[in-house]
Structures are given as C-alpha cells and as structure tokens.
Design a protein around this ligand. Structure first.
Ligand SMILES: Cc1cc2nc3c(=O)[nH]c(=O)nc-3n(C[C@H](O)[C@H](O)[C@H](O)COP(=O)(O)OP(=O)(O)OC[C@H]3O[C@@H](n4cnc5c(N)ncnc54)[C@H](O)[C@@H]3O)c2cc1C
Length: 394
C-alpha cells in the first residue's frame, strides 16, 4: 500500500474508532487489572488498537504488532496527533521488556509473551536496583538457584516503581555467585502474584507511594522465563536500559501525553504580562520560553530522525545515554519554567486559592527532579558516553 493511501485509511479509521474519552490530554491505559481504569473509553481504545496491532505498530504481526515500516509508523503517530488520540497503552511491557524479548527471546518466548504484552494484559515493573546496588548495579545480591524446572529466588529489590499494582516483573538476579560480578547474572520475567513475593510501598514525604520495596522469599521463576542464556543476563539487562533511556516512547506519547497539560507558550500567555502585540513583555522571560520551545522541538525532531534512520527500527546502543541526559534535562527545565511563569500561583501544594492546573504544575516540578536519577543517573550516563561513545579511557 502506498503511503498516501495508508495515511488516508489511517485517518479515517482513527476518526471513527478513537472514542472521545481517549482524546486530548488525559490518562493512558497502564494495562494493569489491579487498579481501576480511569475512564471506560480507555478499555475500548486499548482493545481496538490492540486488534489492529497498533499498540506495538512496528512489531511483527505474529507477535501482536502490525509490522509497520518506520514511515508508516511515523504517519500513524502524526495522524493520531491530528485527531488528538492518546497512546492506547503505556507501560514497561511495550517500551522496555517487549523490545528486549524481541531481540533476545526464543521463538517460544516471543509467541507466548509478546502478544500478551501487545494486548496490554497486565502491567510490568522493573526489579533492578537493590540496597547497595544502584549506580553500581552489577553488585546486586538477589540470588536464583535452579531446582528442577524452576529458579528459587531470594533477596530484596528497592525503588520498584508501581510494584504494588503490576502483574509482572522483569528482573536481574545472581545465578552464579562464583563468577565475576558481570558474568553471574541472569535476566527473568516473573509473575508478582505468588506467595514468595512481598511488595511494600515506600511512603514519601508527599504521602504518595510511587515506588516499593520487593522482597523475595523462595519466590519462583520458571526456567522457561529466563530471557537470554544463563549467566549472560547482564547483556540483556543493559540492552533493556537502552530501550528505557532512548525516550522513544515520548515520541509515541507525542502532544497528548498526560504529563504536559499545556504548552509553555499557553502558560506564558496566561500568567505573564504581554504587550499589545501579544509578545511577552519581559525579554528574559521571552528568551526562556523560546529556548524551551526550541529545545523541545529539536528533541522531537532528533527522535524522529533516529526512528527514520534506523532501517530495522532498532533502538540505538550506548548513544541512548545522550537522549536520556538531554530529554530529562529538558523535562526538568520545562517543569521549572512552568512554575516560574506562574509566579506565586506555581507554588501551591493544595488549597482553594490554587487551580488544579497550578497544583499539578508544582507537583510535576517536584517529581521532575527524579528524572536525572531514575533509569541510571545522568552522571552515570556521562560515564557511558565518555567510555562507550567517545572511546575515552577509564
Ligand atoms: C523516581 C524513581 C523511580 C525508580 N524506579 C525504579 C524501578 O522501577 N526499578 C528499579 O530497579 N530502580 C528504580 N529506581 C532506582 C534508580 O535506578 C536508582 O536510584 C539509580 O540507578 C541511582 O542509584 P542509587 O539511588 O542507589 O544512587 P547511588 O548509586 O548511591 O548514587 C548516588 C549519587 O552518586 C553518583 N554516582 C554514583 N556512582 C558514580 C560514578 N561512578 N560516577 C559519577 N557519579 C556517581 C550518582 O550519580 C548519584 O548522584 C528509581 C529511582 C527513582 C528516583
């Protein structure tokens, strides 16, 4: 099918099938069946898009995707943006473990796990960090011992985001304690709902608990759920981090992500005095707004170029660390500039004098500070760029 026909058919299908409750800024389906779905239209939207293979558009059809080319994928995103359609699904299944299984899984694992991920049947959490193994992740001490067809897992993970409402975890554990620290690690997927797994939410100063501690006491992972070879999981786990750091899902989330409720220009117009010509009166503020808009646009175009240039649609390697630093710094600056533009109205934590948008902006500013820590701190990304991209000595 030529691209013009594909575009026309895609637009017509989206217009007809995207329900109103899945359009515009708002929540996106997480795949979890353990928490309520915020709007019934999100279920409908997920089901319709999964049926088309468009929750994972570039995956092969036999694994739950639609086998779209990069050009078709970008057209789909553009057309979704044009009708204001939100992403049908956002979780670590489609963006992190799915692409990793596509590369490292056996045929049996791909056919069993990927369609389930593409249909959004369950949400996924990440079992990497441990007390004492954050930046130095390969120091992890959670063990897995083979017993028949199962690995028996004991240990303790920390900072497990959303661990209390995810059905599945992907994790790295030590399966050979005698090997050097990078060589005795294996990568697994595992069900969370089992007697050996205990999840304890970590309560933060805000009262929220976005992440958890996860304890394993003789937890079980099937041998058939090891992705990659035994004791070679460090390579698999590192590759997953590249998918996580690429930020390519931001391209998919596009303009309708729930995180940025309004553009920075709209915020400036609403809160900062303008001249008759609708220009922001103060030059320094005008510069900051323009700079943020340009950075955001440049990032989006770079992500688009990366998608176009990778003929096989693969996430780049260590260079994803550059995307991680740039995208998280832009995100932090965006959140900070938003509350600066709002002035004292941007300082609200709660209270009737602040609008919902103002409270959300302040909370987003506070949580944005974590962006340069999670998925490997930006200092660690700078180390990776120095060593693996620029080839500098240790
Ligand atoms: C919001 C949030 C969500 C998270 N979600 C998850 C999750 O779902 N699953 C999961 O497994 N983990 C998760 N994490 C954990 C995250 O991956 C770790 O916090 C991160 O890898 C840093 O590890 P650490 O906190 O132990 O810090 P440390 O490793 O103790 O580092 C402390 C400081 O020292 C710096 N540093 C350390 N070593 C070096 C070095 N060699 N060179 C230069 N600087 C260095 C670091 O940059 C950092 O500033 C999450 C973290 C956050 C903040």
């Amino acid at each position: 099918m030529d691209l013009a026909t594909f575009r026309a058919e895609t637009r017509a299908w989206l217009e007809e099938n995207c329900p109103q409750g899945a359009r515009g800024v708002g929540p996106v389906h997480s795949g979890s069946r353990l928490i309520p779905v915020p709007h019934p239209d999100l279920d409908i939207w997920l089901e319709r898009m999964a049926e088309k293979g468009w929750t994972t558009p570039t995956w092969p059809a036999e694994y739950g995707g639609a086998g779209l080319s990069t050009d078709q994928y970008l057209i789909l995103l553009e057309e979704m943006r044009a009708v204001g359609a939100r992403a049908p699904l956002s979780n670590r299944g489609t963006t992190m473990v799915g692409p990793t299984i596509l590369e490292y899984g056996t045929e049996e694992q791909k056919r069993r796990l990927l369609p389930m991920i593409a249909r959004g049947e369950g949400a996924w959490c990440q079992g990497y960090s441990e007390p004492g193994a954050g930046s130095d992740l390969a120091s992890l001490r959670t063990t897995g011992v083979l017993d028949g067809d199962q690995y028996v897992i004991n240990g303790h993970k920390i900072w497990t985001s959303d661990g209390d409402w995810c059905e599945w975890m992907f994790l790295i554990i030590r399966t050979n304690p005698d090997a050097s620290k990078h060589e005795g690690i294996s990568f697994f997927v595992m069900k969370m709902d089992q007697p050996g797994v205990t999840v304890k939410p970590i309560r933060m100063i805000s009262g929220a608990s976005p992440f958890c501690e996860t304890f394993f006491d003789d937890a079980i992972a099937d041998k058939r759920d090891m992705i990659g070879k035994p004791n070679e999981g460090w390579t698999v786990g590192k590759r997953l981090l590249q998918h996580e750091r690429s930020g390519m899902e931001m391209l998919a989330a596009g303009a309708t992500s729930s995180r940025r409720a309004a553009g920075i220009v709209d915020i400036a117009r609403a809160y900062v005095p303008t001249t008759d010509a609708e220009r922001i009166a103060e030059p320094a503020t005008r510069d900051a707004v323009i700079n943020q808009e340009m950075q955001t646009l440049a990032l989006r175009l770079t992500q688009r170029r990366i998608a176009q240039e990778s003929s096989d649609g693969r996430t780049p390697g260590p260079a994803t660390s550059i995307m991680k630093i740039v995208s998280t710094e832009i995100e932090k600056d965006h959140a900070e500039l938003t509350i600066q533009l709002m002035g004292t109205q941007g300082q609200g934590w709660e209270g009737a004098q602040f609008s919902e948008q103002e409270v959300a902006a302040h909370r987003r500013f506070l949580s944005s500070r974590a962006a340069s820590i999670y998925s490997g701190s930006n200092e660690i990304q700078a180390n990776i760029i120095a060593k693996r991209v620029l080839g500098l000595p240790d």
